[in-house]
Write a protein that binds this ligand. Structure first.
Ligand code: IFM
Length: 478
């Protein structure tokens, strides 16, 4: 039995646009995602978050689901499009929704972790330049002030922004996410403004004594395919863009020199950085939210890959611009989104965070696996692969705790299946199956498994899935 420290916060996570629906209820205004998802060709089958899990209306039922699961913490995001009107005035009806939610969590003994911004920029702000406009960082801090001022008596764990790397590079360089631009110089400027928005919001939260401040950042350890100098150099650069660009800024107040040099010619790029910005961005934090899905392996060579290796969907024009390609071994297990399953490097990135960046409390604010879950004729959703995935990743966290990393909680992605951005409702990440036609929630096998893990504050290694003999073994035993 692997036990977690006393008081470890077991949780689950979601975000507003991915679950709430009710796109125009109570004065909600359109976000960039309403516009992007309604633009032909941008999402899988043109799917949108108009209804999603209808959580805005079914929140009480969803709170009961969380209580049934035994959650100790729940991470949700607060839609900027609901909390303020276009002129910046608070929208009381929107704020009231989040108050009901946070109080409902408290009533059930669940600690609310609120993210102030998770990809859903108000379209009115986008119309003024979005994250290419420095002013957006100040507008985000205003939203932070309105929300934390209104809710600080009930929420005391705040995350400013979610995954600045994903939003800037997938939104502005590869174009897969909103606003769908394809310009790496813009991605760098967007990243800087997002980080500035984070720093300004963190200061606002501190000045208002609103509670503990952190942010959620996706990290992916990057390894070279071989020890050849080209692969090692490519891995270092991809690590610079995916990880150090953000961690150095937040914890050291600088941008990594290798990334600055590599992108020196790009405009607007780093030219948007102004005096004192880095001081704001590196405002001290109370905790770090780490989102972990996969480690990356890259090669810096072009041409045919050695036998046993294949390129992955993680290779985008951004990597190609850096002279790199993401690769996996052909026998590497991947998720339905093509992401490699790499619990082995999770411990490594946690230890590296402590050693190289900050020895502060860490919450795993996202970690989970996409599958094509299905309801059996008996009405059951059996997802042993998710149980395996979570077991392996929890083991990795436990190892990091043993190494002295201050991991204080784990919030799995996700409480329930939801709108997976450009991929729509295809990949399912939930512990709870959502029938999007009827909005029926069906707890999956992993839900029951996770409830036991929480109740025991630990798990039984190595894998919870009963061993299924392969054909060869079956013959031998047969
Ligand atoms: O669904 C997303 C979430 O919004 C941000 N982190 C990654 C998840 C899975 O792709």
């Amino acid at each position: 039995m692997i036990r977690f420290p006393e008081g470890f916060l077991w949780g689950a996570a979601t975000s507003a646009y991915q679950i709430e629906g009710a796109a125009s209820a109570d004065g909600r205004r359109p976000s960039v995602w309403d516009v992007f998802a309604h633009t032909p060709g941008k999402t899988f089958h043109g799917q949108t978050g108009d209804i999603a899990c209808d959580h805005y209306r079914r929140w009480e039922q969803d709170l009961d689901l969380m209580a049934e699961l035994g959650l100790k913490a729940y991470r949700f995001s607060i839609a900027w499009t609901r909390t303020t009107h276009e002129d910046g005035r608070p929208n009381q009806r929107g704020l009231d929704f989040y108050r009901r939610l946070a109080e409902g969590l408290r009533d059930r003994g669940i600690v609310p972790f609120a993210t102030l911004y998770h990809f859903d920029l108000p379209q009115s702000v986008e119309d003024k330049g979005g994250w290419l406009n420095r002013d957006t960082a100040y507008r985000l801090a205003e939203h932070a002030q309105v929300v934390t001022g209104a809710l600080k008596d009930t929420v005391d764990h705040w995350m400013t922004i979610n995954e600045a790397y994903v939003e800037s590079f997938l939104g502005y360089a590869t174009g897969e996410l909103s606003p769908g631009h394809q310009d790496t110089g813009e991605a760098l400027a967007a990243a800087h403004h997002l980080l500035l928005g984070h720093g300004l919001s963190a200061q606002t939260i501190r000045e208002g004594n609103a509670g503990k401040v952190g942010l959620a950042t996706s990290l992916s350890p990057v390894h070279p395919m071989t020890q050849a100098p080209a692969d090692v150099a490519a891995a270092r650069l991809v690590d610079g863009v995916n990880n150090r660009l953000f961690l150095d800024a937040i914890f050291k107040g600088t941008y990594p020199t290798d990334v600055q040099e590599r992108y020196a010619d790009l405009r607007p790029g780093f030219t948007v950085v102004q005096d004192r910005d880095m001081e704001v961005i590196s405002t001290p934090l109370d905790f770090f939210g780490l989102n972990f899905y996969y480690g990356r392996t890259v090669t810096g060579t072009d041409g045919d890959l050695p036998s046993g290796w294949a390129e992955t969907p993680l290779s985008t024009p951004v990597e190609r611009d850096l002279g790199a390609r993401d690769v996996v071994r052909t026998d590497q297990e991947t998720t339905v989104m093509g992401w490699p399953i790499t619990p082995n490097v999770f411990t490594e990135i946690l230890c590296r965070f402590k050693t190289d960046f900050a020895d502060i409390p860490v919450y795993i604010t996202e970690n989970g696996v996409s599958l094509h879950d299905q309801v059996s004729p008996e009405g059951v959703v059996h997802d042993p692969e998710r149980i395996d995935f979570l077991t392996l990743h929890l083991n990795a966290i436990h190892n990091a705790i043993a190494e002295g990393v201050q991991v204080k909680g784990y919030l799995t992605w996700s409480l329930m299946d939801n709108f997976e951005w450009a991929q729509g409702y295809g990949p399912r990440f939930g512990l709870t199956y959502v029938d999007f036609g009827t909005q029926r929630r069906i707890p999956k096998t992993s839900f029951h498994w996770y409830r036991d893990v929480i109740a025991r504050n630990g798990l039984n290694p190595p894998l919870a899935r009963p061993h299924e003999p392969d054909q060869e073994e079956a013959k031998q035993h047969g």
